[in-house]
Design a protein around this ligand. Sequence first.
Ligand code: SF4
Length: 211
Amino acid sequence: MKPSKTSRIIEALRVFYGADAFGVDVGDPYRALVGCILSQRTKDANSARAAEALFAVADTPKSMLALDENHIKQLIRPSGFYNQKARHIIGASRQIVERFHGETPRTRGDLMSLPGVGEKTASIVLSYGYGEPAIAVDVHIHRVARRLGLARGEAKPEEVKLVLEGDLPSSDWSYADGALLQLGKDTCRPRKPACERCPVEKLCGYQEKRF
Ligand code: SF4
């Protein structure tokens, strides 16, 4: 059977970035959850600073609930939208303690019942916290997949996720997640995609390529 276009793109990216460039280092699911909430609508460097400051003081649901809300806001200020993020972190921590005996849930449905947790955050917790393959469609992957023609231009992130996961064996999901994310950050950027040096340019039908 002929490999899907998605498979051919991932293989081309594997050649370009290297077979070991992306994978999942499984870590603590609660830290993955809070880290993902902090990363919403901000740059990686800002959320990393906020996460470092917060986790230095509290990195379990119980220790988080022992902190004053204003203290959390102060610690996570670099990540932006800190009022809402603090509310989500506290709300999620409280529910983890009260409903899940202090254990971060490991099903998508339970994760998405927590405040501040949508499809992407649930995928990241399952992938980075529990080692379960998942493609977390963030703004970069959403844009890149549609420009490449892997999903419809109007497709929502949930649809893009279904298409990508349906096109690839689950053993490729983690690599595809990392490679498409990296392509979106370093080449297929939002405003000025660097099509002239894109490793998958020949497979891309984007109408507004820039050379
Ligand atoms: S060719 Fe251009 S638009 Fe297509 S994936 Fe590469 S950078 Fe993005």
